[in-house]
Design a binder for this molecule. Sequence first.
Ligand code: GCO
Length: 440
Amino acid sequence: MTDTIDFGSDFFFGSATSSFQIEGRSDAIPQGESIWDTFCAEPGRIADGSNGLVACDHVHRWAEDVQLMSDLNLDKYRFSVAWPKVIPTGTGAASAPGLDFYDRLVDELLGKGIEPMLTLYHWDLPQALDDVGGWLNRDTAYAFADYAQVVLDRLGDRVSTWTTFNEPYVSAGLGYVTGEHAPGHRNLREGLTAAHHILLAHGLGMERIRATVPDSDAGIVLNFTPVEPASDAPADVAVAAARQGWENEWYAGPIFHGAYPEATVEALGWDQSEVQDGDLALISAPVDVLGVNFYTRSVVSSVGQQIPFGTPRTEMGWEIHAPSLKRLLLWLHETYTPAKIVITENGCAMPDTERVDGVVDDQDRIDYLRNHLTMVHEAREAGAPIAGYMVWSLMDNFEWALGYEKRFGIVEIEADTLRRIPKASARWFAELAKTGVLPG
Ligand code: GCO
């Protein structure tokens, strides 16, 4: 047994989800197609051939889901707004039923004492905007700002934490470079353009947030996968440095330092022709909060990723390595000095095959969460300004290109009935959220 850890009353616990992964559709809320609807309809894109049409049916079960969060003693809930539900074709008139849906959700959360943390963009770009270039088109950044304004005007009086984007690295890198995500392009040059336009959209969105809700906490959510060379061999070190620049510094650099990481710009041979005067000033306007999503680390060599035989992994094949989270948090604190850090996602897909009395007995997930929370606490003790922790995810959901086969939830969604059944980890997390104390 290890010692118990008291996070104290100024630390919050919550959970996170995203629109496309949980909502599904309702006839009462007419919505536009998103790039993920299109992607799901393309044969071979999604491992189990599934889509987001029903997902967790949150669009109908949102009140029950808020009650669930309340039962789990959550302080905060991070969710994203679906742009195609609010402005079906990306630009132009807002849709009243879409805005009403989020309005009701926010009121329900506040009524149960759960603070909403809103993400404006979690990958579900309206298809109509992709039809005119998507993130390759600079105009999409301006469309994003106008969409942000619509949401701010409706919810700004009640939502106190606003983040612009979730994981631009994934939108640009997996969406435009590797093709694993929507819109499924495979072109590095496009990835660089998309990345810049997303950052520009972040800057434009921040301007709108500041102008509309000046007292709110505003920022962005970035994912980090610390990269380490497998050996001291110069070839391994060079690969690790290049990946570190693209995967971990490409967004934080412009936001916190007003510049793209130079060595990586050179390594990628980027001419920066899409960067216009004033863009970086806009992108680097101060943020109040940096959301950090962490799952794993990468150990790389000149021949690719190295995960030694016998290393513990999740169902995603990702190495389980909690100490990397502490190192990451301290590195972020020293390198970028964000005013406030929130762990906006951390969690794991596990087999979920053990059951006790019908309930998933996911001791492996509890271990994962406990070990990572311990590292969060240590980083906080060492001075990193970490305000809270949100588990990914509240419930099993649509895991993008992997469909419903990978389960990250602390609550099970029963196949067919979509009944919500808290797993052992949910009970464990509820106790932690209630007491603020991590049992030894
Ligand atoms: C993410 C995503 C989630 C994923 C999770 C697990 O922001 O990467 O927010 O949508 O489901 O990361 O892969």
